[in-house]
Design a protein around this ligand. Structure first.
Ligand code: NI
Length: 175
């Protein structure tokens, strides 16, 4: 089921999310819904708080080339275990901050540990867009957005645009 995506600013996007317990069918369904919502948007990552669920769940698929089979990944309780000193600058966006982009510097490579859909613990290294994306999504679980990594002026400008967008969307809904 495709779920509505919250638009910044929203208090639910600023909250630290709770770890999930033992995997249940409800949690697996949440992961499936998040993937469906992400692909529909379309985006390369989505975190549970973006659909108003304050649990540590993220989904990603950062293989953007045409014609490659989808590589959906669902992570429960993901944690960055190690980060490279080398950094990478990537122009990031966010489904909760539509049509706004800014350069963000992050570690180039990270090692991440998580619980997979089968309840098994996994550890893997990520680089390139996958590294950027997994860090961006884990940030969401701590109430942090990519605009929290950029200068205050640009952040305020983007936030004002989002407030305007939300007013317009609310008007359309009322009309
Ligand atoms: Ni995001």
């Amino acid at each position: 089921m495709i779920r509505p995506i919250l638009i910044h600013p929203d208090p639910r996007l600023k909250k630290a999310c709770a770890a999930v317990g033992d995997l249940s069918d409800a949690l697996r369904q949440l992961g499936d819904d998040m993937l469906e919502t992400m692909y529909d948007a379309p985006g390369v990552g989505l975190a549970a708080p973006q659909i108003g669920i304050l649990s540590r769940v993220i989904v990603l698929d950062c293989d953007k080339e045409e014609g490659v089979p989808p590589k959906p990944v669902v992570m429960f309780n993901p944690e960055v275990m190690a980060s490279s000193e080398d950094t990478n600058v990537y122009e990031e966006g966010c489904l909760s901050i539509p049509d706004q982009f800014a350069e963000v510097t992050r570690p180039k490579e990270v090692e991440v540990r998580w619980i997979d859909r089968d309840g098994k613990e996994q550890t893997a290294g990520f680089d390139g867009l996958w590294a950027t994306c997994v860090q961006h999504e884990i940030d969401h679980l701590d109430g942090k957005l990519f605009i929290d990594h950029i200068g205050a002026l640009k952040r305020q400008m983007i936030t004002r645009k989002m407030q305007k967008l939300k007013r317009e969307l609310a008007r359309k809904k009322d009309a």
